[in-house]
Write a protein that binds this ligand. Structure first.
Ligand code: GAP
Length: 485
């Protein structure tokens, strides 16, 4: 049974130590959230898997970690000071506040009153004395830190076109109406890539995306109010529905990344921005959308930023942003695709895809991929002192050297299984009478509740393979028929 309401997920996340409203003892603050002991592990694991996939396993990518506050001229050049505006509208009857894009104003009904334009950048001052201080901004996106450092990074990492620069970090937006749990918050994290190419440089990786299919909500399908059809992303590019090879490539990469970590494929679709929505400099923009409990929403954006940002920084800094490339000589690259994803939205996707209320077990089971699971295993001694207990502590200490594992000695075994099912622990290890006799333990698999017996000496290696998907549970040891849960 899947989860139907986002508020139920909010309550679950608080109950199980994933996420709490920030400052709750003082009545909290809308749009700000704190990650608890279980949530911080899941969030870190998502970021680690993203970094491994996008940076560490690619020759054409380098990473940075830019500062949150930078020279305010950066935001003048990027256009955020002048034209990053949200329009606030209020419903005359319900008093509901929301933001709309300027292009949506014409189609708003009479029940909405336009309250004005707001710049969602948070401001602060740099320097202790107000009169002498500089007005500064908390960055509203991580992207600009990539653009301003890009020349230095290209030199240091000796990158050749095409190449990307990736970054994970905090972003801040003073959203008019933060809502839907983590979906729209005022402080969040982004995982962004700026992918640089020589003008018109072709994508050499198109073979890699063969066979990847997704439902496509094209501009035409939206205007005709039709249902999106599933199509191969490569074919959509060949038919010129997706206009650039690089956008098709990155859309397929990102969708595959989500699926490789257990997200539900039927909940995804790709939506083309309509001509009214697109930035003036972008020829084609797509969003990867996900069907959240509150409906279809943007999960990740894929914008074609052309050479707009680098040119703006050239103009404002009066410094050349052109690089010397082995093949293309002196060139000002284009960002033909910017895959930009919010960590918290990915966090929601993985939680929602994993969540199941198991009627038979009468508890929630989070079927998280073991790589994302906050704890890889829980160790249960059957007794709370003596030889068995000491063996359990020893196993726990050994496992801790490599994995984040839990030691859980309180309550019935059934209760301990349920507790760990709910936070997504994929394997539970029980130390029982037999362990002291023959140096074996049982491992119980979260998803099937099946149990196997393995030798203590093989436990670490077995777990390592199970977590990395290199061994199936059925092949990992002798099935133990006696225990049920
Ligand atoms: N650099 C491009 C950029 O920032 P964006 O569409 O404004 O583009 C990119 O944001 C992604 O950041 C979104 O697709 C979403 O995943 C995440 N995001 C944006 N605003 C957010 C908010 N208020 N709360 C949570 N995530 C947000």
């Amino acid at each position: 049974m899947e989860l139907k309401k986002i508020d139920d997920l909010t309550a679950f996340c608080k109950r199980r130590g994933f996420v709490y409203p920030s400052g709750e003892i003082y009545g909290s603050l809308a749009g700000f959230w704190d990650f608890g002991p279980v949530g911080v592990e899941l969030k870190n694991n998502i970021k680690r898997e993203w970094w491994k996939f996008h940076v560490n396993s690619r020759e054409d990518m380098a990473g940075i970690d830019g500062s949150i506050i930078t020279n305010p001229k950066v935001w003048e050049a990027s256009g955020h000071v002048g034209s990053f505006v949200d329009v606030m509208v209020v419903n005359r009857k319900t008093k509901e506040k929301t933001k709309v894009d300027k292009h949506e104003l014409a189609s708003l009904g009479k029940e909405w009153e336009v309250k004005g334009e707001f710049n969602p950048m948070f401001t602060t001052q740099v320097g202790p004395i107000k009169e002498e201080s500089t007005l500064a901004y908390l960055r509203p996106e991580t992207a600009q830190l990539i653009f301003i450092n890009f020349k230095q990074v290209q030199e240091n990492a000796r990158l050749k076109l095409p190449f990307g620069i990736a970054q994970i970090g905090k972003a801040f937006r003073n959203e008019i109406s933060p809502r839907e749990f983590l979906f729209r918050s005022r402080e969040f994290e982004q995982m962004e890539i700026e992918y640089f190419i020589a003008p018109n440089q072709k994508c050499p990786y198109m073979d890699e995306i063969k066979g990847i299919k997704i439902a496509l909500l094209t501009e035409e399908v939206q205007k005709k109010n039709q249902t999106p059809k599933e199509i191969s992303i490569l074919e959509a590019f060949k038919k010129k529905i997706i206009k650039t090879d690089w956008i098709a490539y990155w859309l397929a990469q990102e969708y595959s990344w989500f699926l490789s970590l257990g997200a539900a494929p039927e909940k995804f679709r790709a939506r083309q921005h309509t001509s009214e929505e697109r930035s003036h400099y972008s020829s084609d923009t797509w969003d990867l959308e996900y069907e959240f409990p509150m409906g279809w929403r943007e999960l990740q954006g894929f914008a074609n930023r052309t050479d707009f940002d680098l040119k703006q920084h050239e103009k404002f800094s009066k410094k050349s942003m052109a690089i010397q490339d082995e093949e293309f000589g002196k060139v000002l690259p284009h960002v033909v695709c910017e895959p930009s994803l919010g960590v918290e939205r990915a966090f929601l996707v993985f939680l929602l895809s994993a969540y199941e209320y198991d009627k038979k077990r009468e508890n929630i089971v989070l079927h998280l991929d073991p790589k994302l699971a906050p704890y890889k295993a829980a160790i249960f001694p059957l007794v709370s002192k003596g030889e068995q207990f000491e063996i359990a502590r020893e196993i726990y200490r050994e496992l801790l050297e490599e994995f984040n594992v839990l030691f859980d000695k309180s309550g019935s075994i059934g209760r301990r299984y349920a507790r760990n099912d709910e936070i997504g622990t994929p394997f539970c290890i029980t130390i029982d009478e037999q362990t002291a006799k023959d140096k074996t333990v049982t491992i119980r698999e979260r998803d099937t509740t099946k149990q196997i017996r393995v030798k203590n000496s093989e436990l670490i290696e077995t777990l390592r393979k199970l977590i990395n998907g290199k061994l199936s549970f059925a092949d990992a040891g002798k099935l133990n028929e006696t225990r049920k849960r």
